[in-house]
Design a protein. Structure first.
Lengths: 206, 206
């Protein structure tokens, strides 16, 4: 999916197929946020005025580059997981054995389709936590960029959350579902206001 | 810029150049939101269960397709506008005539670099208003997709807002700056809670 041009991705997204959909856009938004964090680090590192922040910016850049690669891979992984769910629902159910095989396949696919956006949510949250120190210590000429990065990462987090929740509903493994929902709730609560904080921080300097 | 692959765009975004930056990501997020609205319309149109919403979905789809094209064009337009600002700042100022030419070029470039993200903000706001009726009347299997579309459009709106504000600061035309700021404030106020409303609407059905 990463080899598609931007125009092709937008068009295939808008098309009649359910994939790629919101889960892939969630991962893309996380990757866009990470890329903007890296960019602002790049525009800060090596500048005399920001020498005091140099070590922080280097560490944040390394983490943002790792997260960008991780989230970029999830763009396709999310669509693949959803396609597996659809394929499982399409399995034959005209015999008892077929019904059991189908049900097991659906449950396995739904678990994967929950784990992928949960991983996306976790990674988007990490991108969000990187935005604040960059907004505080990074190149002030690039503040709107880290503000946009935080907005993208927050959109990714909430979009991924909806994709976790929509798949949790069909899961029969109540323990797994409860653990996933609790972790998602914790991630959302811990990062809920971060994008707004960065937005206000950036706006206050203008 | 639309001919770059997704991976290339992410990498050039993360790179050492200030463009593309947050303004281009703002427009991209609006386009992603519009594409997701179109997708959910496509997955609703023609289905017996949603026959009552058919006309609405057709109209929303046409508008979303228009907005996607408009916002996709703004991805490159925003970077071009910022590059012009940088080029104007780079003009010679070793003579009085040169100083005046440079100052006029900076002001003209800053106006354009304000108008482009203001247009992006306006278009993202329109995408946001399309999300709610789609969440209410569209295919319920695709609710998380329109939820993600609303998150992307809201991120685009707020990111574009930061890009308007950062350029307004340098403008000498106080009337123009006041009008732009007032319009931005109105757009933000009118659409502030829409993405959250859609998020809660989607979440409530899960």
């Amino acid at each position: 999916m990463l080899t598609l041009s931007m125009q092709e991705f937008l068009d295939v997204l808008a098309g009649k197929s359910a994939t790629p959909g919101g889960g892939s856009v969630a991962a893309l938004n996380g990757a866009l946020g990470a890329a903007l964090v890296t960019m602002v680090c790049n525009l800060t590192i090596g500048k005399k005025k920001y020498a005091a922040a140099e070590a922080d910016m280097q560490a944040i850049k390394a983490e943002a580059e790792r997260l960008q690669a991780e989230l970029a891979a999830m763009i396709a992984a999310d669509s693949a997981a959803f396609d597996k769910v659809m394929a499982a629902f399409g399995l034959p159910r005209n015999t008892d054995a077929g019904k059991q095989t189908r049900s097991r396949a659906i449950q396995a696919a739904l678990k994967e389709a929950t784990i992928v956006p949960l991983n996306t949510a976790r990674a988007c949250a990490k991108v969000l936590t990187l935005c604040k120190p960059v907004a505080e210590k990074g190149n002030t000429n690039s503040l709107s960029d880290v503000g946009a990065g935080a907005q993208a990462a927050a959109a990714g987090l909430k979009s991924a959350a909806l994709n976790v929740l929509i798949n949790l509903g069909g899961l029969k493994d109540a323990d797994f579902a409860a653990r996933a929902e609790a972790e998602l709730r914790d991630i959302l609560a811990a990062h809920e206001n971060l994008a707004d904080e960065v937005y206000q921080l950036v706006k206050a300097t203008m």
